[in-house]
Design a protein around this ligand. Sequence first.
Ligand code: GRF
Length: 209
Amino acid sequence: MSASPERTAAKTRIGVLISGRGSNLFALQEACARGDVPAEIVVVISNQQDAAGVAKAREQGIPVFVLEHRGLRRADHEQAILLELRRHGVEWVCLAGYLRILGRDLVEAYPERILNIHPSLLPAFPGLDAQRQAWEYGVKIAGCTVHLVDHGLDSGPIVAQSSFVVPEGIGSQELADHVLRLEHQLYPATMRRLLTENWAVEGRRLVFG
Ligand code: GRF
């Protein structure tokens, strides 16, 4: 898969899925606004009405679509999301704290075009509360991972990782804060690379160049 010159000249249309505060969403959005990422966020979708990121996205004038998943069949919930992504002409989907595993229809609608950020150095500590898992395990190096999304839990090909040496005596919240600061740099930087460089997925390895 490669980024053609025409594609990089136009802004890629991104849809962001969130369930919570959305700090990665806004880091991406700021990078797009600065021109660091040749893209625009055309819709924010949340499965939580009261997510802090929803209110903030609305304040910023980004189109927002909220559909709570409770009471809906997974397939129906995802079909509604898919419809919304298509209605906005979304080309890339970025998960930013979206606390649902994606179903087949959504993953297959955007092959190699769905990205997630996870707050650990995968494949270590997939799933929820990864920073606490890492802290309790006593890791000496921690970090975050951006990966393509497949059908599994935090299991798609790794695109980029960022790490740091864990200072002695650090608490789990401090570790999480440090990871988050790295996330805010890594997610936009990775999106930029994917949109402006050539890359291909070989087996489960994503290779640039
Ligand atoms: C981040 O730690 C991200 O890695 C994980 O969920 C958290 C979302 O935070 N997938 P925010 O909503 O982007 O602030």
